[in-house]
Design a protein around this ligand. Structure first.
Ligand SMILES: *[C@@H]1O[C@H](CO)[C@@H](O)[C@H](O)[C@H]1NC(C)=O
Ligand SMILES: *[C@@H]1O[C@H](CO)[C@@H](O)[C@H](O)[C@H]1NC(C)=O
Ligand SMILES: *[C@@H]1O[C@H](CO)[C@@H](O)[C@H](O)[C@H]1NC(C)=O
Ligand SMILES: *[C@@H]1O[C@H](CO)[C@@H](O)[C@H](O)[C@H]1NC(C)=O
Ligand SMILES: *[C@@H]1O[C@H](CO)[C@@H](O)[C@H](O)[C@H]1NC(C)=O
Ligand SMILES: *[C@@H]1O[C@H](CO)[C@@H](O)[C@H](O)[C@H]1NC(C)=O
Ligand SMILES: *[C@@H]1O[C@H](CO)[C@@H](O)[C@H](O)[C@H]1NC(C)=O
Length: 450
């Protein structure tokens, strides 16, 4: 009898083990799932914890057996290997993690995600051994207090798709190692001093999968033109807050998939931070652009008419430039826009540009447009009922501080019902009020002249 019951226990235990292997996780009463993990990986995590200074007791859950349910740890559902360490402290209040980053990370052979962002490893350099985590797909060390040179060993991480080392005071003199990150999709090196890394653009141009490149405030002052532009996947390019001396725009025009281009410069260094020169007509090749911010540069000459034909453009900021002749025509093909056009015409909005701005604005096929903000643009022209013909869903129209003249007949029956109408500075004819009576909703109205 006794024997049989031991047998039962063994059978039950085997059954339990197989269950644990096949379904891997089961629920605890508190609703969190608890997962058995390998003792080797648990020991590695314990050593990592020992290296860290954890004043906020962030890692208090790192004591139980089942390390897959420890805070910030993620395991593969099938193999139970630790695949993710996320010790990002951004949403936390209080103390972030400091101390040392242990080489025991290398014992986690299956690690794919490492997020140490928003910590305070003050004075620590990015450890060279991180380069040996060759299975990593995601590495985020942004705002983690790290300093010093970016180790070229990071180039060994051939599986890396996301690399964020922004927001920390790093520098690098040579970026050729980055070419080895052949599947990199997102690269954020904001604040990393790239001033001495003269090959930065050539190195990054080899990254065929790169879709987001953020190099804001990197001390960049020159752009060597690219003989061949290989950025076939680039959709977002942010080179804001740099000190370019005399870059040329031509190569940007080959970035056919670009959706967002941010080239603002610091207002404080306005005179020295110049994207000077003329916007090339070929900017029309950037047909995917949704947002263009070229404010605070020293652009001269005319805005090419072609820019006004960008059907996808939702935001265009050319303020604080030296443009002598503004956009003659802006066609906001707003078919798919349901959100804001806020500032989309801020081409003139700060009043410091000598440009005369678009003299004609067409909001084409824009029946989905509900919010249109074109205020403060010194736009001129006569606005008649036909300009609003398709704006059936318009609810907010902010168009103050322009030199528009409204010309509508007493019988005009607008297709919209507005909630907010701001027409400050407009010339409003004597028949202006007739159509206002068609607006049934209570409306916030501004028709002031000052
Ligand atoms: C693991 O399973 C959970 C719950 O079914 C799921 O949400 C999660 O995406 C899975 N993780 C992986 C890496 O497959
Ligand atoms: C890490 O956690 C933070 C906050 O919970 C989250 O925003 C971030 O996306 C996570 N990182 C990864 C790689 O999952
Ligand atoms: C890195 O982490 C920060 C803060 O947690 C986050 O804002 C950023 O988007 C992350 N970077 C990437 C590439 O995911
Ligand atoms: C650019 O792409 C072409 C064609 O794919 C390739 O032959 C060339 O080596 C690439 N150049 C760089 C710098 O990656
Ligand atoms: C822009 O596109 C035209 C054809 O549409 C092409 O001939 C021209 O070379 C392109 N310019 C650049 C800079 O890519
Ligand atoms: C216009 O430029 C002057 C100096 O050039 C600056 O002081 C002022 O703030 C600018 N105005 C706006 C609205 O940006
Ligand atoms: C209104 O929409 C129609 C059909 O999409 C289009 O043909 C017409 O040009 C539009 N009118 C204006 C003023 O944009």
């Amino acid at each position: 009898m006794e024997r049989k019951s031991i047998g039962d226990v063994v059978v039950l235990w085997l059954w339990f083990l197989s269950l644990a292997t096949i379904t891997i996780q089961f629920s605890l009463s508190d609703g969190t799932s608890d997962v058995i993990c390998s003792a080797r990986e648990r020991r590695a995590l314990q050593r990592i914890k020992q290296g860290l200074v954890d004043q906020g007791n962030y890692l208090s859950s790192w004591t139980r057996e089942a390390c897959c349910s420890w805070k910030g740890i993620g395991c593969d559902n099938i193999t139970r290997h630790v695949v993710k360490i996320n010790l990002s402290c951004e949403p936390m209040e209080g103390a972030s993690l400091g101390g040392d980053i242990s080489t025991s990370l290398l014992d986690l052979n299956h690690l794919q995600y490492l997020d140490l962002s928003w910590n305070s490893f003050e004075g620590l350099q990015i450890p060279e051994f991180l380069g040996s985590l060759t299975g990593l797909r995601y590495l985020n060390l942004s705002n983690a207090g790290l300093t010093g040179d970016v180790p070229r060993q990071l180039g060994k991480q051939s599986s890396l798709q996301y690399l964020d080392i922004g927001g920390i005071s790093l520098d690098t003199k040579n970026l050729d190692w980055i070419s080895s990150l052949s599947v990199l999709e997102v690269l954020d090196m904001s604040w990393v001093d790239l001033n001495k890394a003269s090959n930065w653009l050539q190195a990054m141009n080899t990254l065929h999968s790169l879709s987001v490149l953020i190099l804001s405030d990197c001390g960049l002052d020159s752009i060597n033109p690219l003989p061949v532009v290989n950025f076939s996947s680039l959709t977002v390019l942010d080179l804001s807050e740099n000190q370019f001396v005399s870059p040329t725009f031509d190569w940007f025009s080959s970035l056919g998939s670009l959706a967002s281009l941010d080239l603002t410069l610091k207002v404080s260094d306005f005179l020295s931070n110049n994207f000077n020169g003329i916007l090339p007509v070929s900017i029309r090749n950037l047909t995917s652009l949704v947002a263009v911010d070229l404010s605070n540069n020293a652009l001269e000459g005319e805005i090419p008419r072609s820019l006004g034909e960008h059907c996808n453009l939702q935001r265009l900021d050319l303020s604080s430039n030296k443009l002598v002749k503004g956009l003659e025509f802006l066609d906001l093909g707003a078919d798919e826009v349901s959100g804001h056009f806020s500032k989309c015409l801020s081409v003139l909005s700060d009043g410091n540009s000598s440009s005369s701005g678009p003299t004609s604005v067409s909001v084409r096929g824009s029946s989905s447009l509900s919010y249109l903000d074109m205020s403060g643009n010194s736009l001129k022209g006569i606005v008649s009922g036909k300009h609003f013909a398709n704006l059936t869903r318009l609810k907010y129209l902010h168009a103050s501080s322009n030199s528009f003249t409204l010309q509508v007949g007493s019988d005009w029956n607008p297709p919209f019902q507005l909630e907010i109408l701001k027409m400050g500075y407009w010339q409003l004819g004597p028949l202006f009020t007739a159509w206002l009576q068609t607006q049934k909703d209570q409306m916030d109205l501004d028709i002031s002249r000052v």
